[in-house]
Design a protein around this ligand. Structure first.
Ligand code: ATP
Ligand code: MG
Length: 374
């Protein structure tokens, strides 16, 4: 899939404009505060209908304007026979309502149309996935799995609802039987969450290692799933038994803390550097560039996940991806982009000298005060 046409109206500081994107992508270069991240935010809004920077929808309308609209036409890159898709999102401040359409039709639920673009965004704030607490990495897993594993989101939502109910019963000093009535649904929904995480990490850990090694130019890294409930194998029965036992063993602790201590809400995704036989967690021992490299490797794996589940080349949106990388790492990222594994790449940087790949074939656009000059 690739973005072929984008129309913007009153999105952040961007001028109202219509942009035709080449199928191989484009580099967008301009000084700070001109609208580079805003442009990628507008594009990625059509993937998840949320700001990738965590902004509320009403903040996306240009200051002083009552509404915004983003519209895109997507073309298939591999098969030109495939019909183009059109995705649009509009927001009106007065009614605080959004209107989302795919090929002109409004979906029943937004959940039915997320992931239409097949895009991955890499931004400087991704460093938090690597450097932050375990909840940041669980959040990364939850978003990737929600977009790529049918059934994951509803299992996760069930789990969270049951967990809240069980914790509320603990806090209200309810009798044991009332609290433990939640155990069975907790184990069932939590088991699905654990199983999906287990399989995802198992499937993609080799790619993570490969991307990390490629960009770092030597040193290796690993991605491991460390479930809070120790399970020996990804088997429904084994996971259910292990979780039941963990709740059993943890009962007096739960009673004391009035909180459920066992389950996937305490899982960890461990990212480590591996040198010889020594391994150290990147979040504790990694340098700035190593963290940045690990974050990029996670996003590239996310792209692989999209390619596999949706059978399209992912669109890579790279926002200032090279800020902390040295020249050789930067060049190896470009080599990766050139390897033919990725489809359209839309990349931003403050300096043109930061960008040189696709044999110089990538178009370079300037941006000033929200106006793109192609
Ligand atoms: P940098 O290189 O520093 O990352 P950038 O080109 O990515 O810069 P953006 O984050 O896109 O910059 O922001 C561009 C400008 O848009 C900033 O001056 C910002 O304050 C402004 N801006 C943000 N939200 C809005 C809005 N809702 N309406 C108008 N302008 C906005
Ligand atoms: Mg920016």
């Amino acid at each position: 899939m690739h973005l072929s046409l984008l129309k913007l109206r009153f999105f952040r500081n961007l001028e109202n404009q219509e942009l035709s994107f080449p199928p191989e992508g484009v580099a967008i270069v301009g000084p700070n505060a001109q609208g580079k991240s805003n442009l990628l935010e507008a594009i990625y809004y059509l993937e998840t209908f949320r700001s990738f920077r965590g902004a509320r929808t009403e903040q996306l309308a240009t200051f002083g304007e009552d509404s915004f609209r983003v519209w895109a036409r997507l073309g298939s890159s591999k098969n030109s026979e495939a019909p183009a898709t059109e995705v649009a999102a509009a927001y009106h401040r007065a009614s605080d309502r959004r209107k989302i359409t795919v090929d002109g039709a409004e979906p029943v639920r937004i959940g039915d149309v997320v992931g239409n673009l097949g895009a991955v965004i890499f931004s400087p704030s991704d460093i938090a996935i690597v450097s932050g607490g375990p909840s940041q990495r669980r959040r990364f897993l939850d978003i990737v799995l929600s977009l790529n594993d049918p059934g994951y989101l509803s299992a996760l939502q069930n789990f969270k609802r049951v967990l809240n109910n069980r914790n509320a019963a603990l806090r209200a000093d309810q009798p044991m039987s009332v609290v433990q009535a939640w155990d069975e649904p907790l184990i069932r929904s939590g088991g699905l969450v654990m199983m999906a995480r287990f399989l995802w990490v198992e499937k993609w850990c080799a790619n993570f290692r490969e991307y990390y090694e490629t960009v770092s130019g030597g040193i290796s890294a690993s991605m491991d799933y460390e479930p809070n409930v120790a399970v020996g194998a990804c088997d429904k029965e084994i996971i259910h038994d292990a979780y039941a036992k963990a709740l059993d063993v943890g009962w007096s602790r739960d009673l004391r803390s009035r909180n459920t201590g066992s389950g996937p809400h305490r899982d960890e995704l461990v990212l480590s550097l591996t040198r010889d036989s020594h391994s150290s967690e990147i979040r504790e021992f990694g340098s700035g560039g190593q963290r940045r490299t690990a974050a990029l490797a996670l996003r590239l794996v996310e792209g692989d996940s999209i390619r596999q589940t949706r059978n399209v080349d992912p669109i890579l949106l790279l926002d200032d991806a090279f800020a902390e990388l040295d020249e050789s790492r930067r060049d190896r990222v470009f080599e990766l982009m050139d390897s033919g594994r990725f489809g359209q790449v839309i990349i931003t940087a403050p300096r043109e000298s930061d960008i040189h790949f696709r044999g110089g074939a990538l178009q370079c656009w300037g941006i000033r005060k929200g106006q793109i000059c192609a």
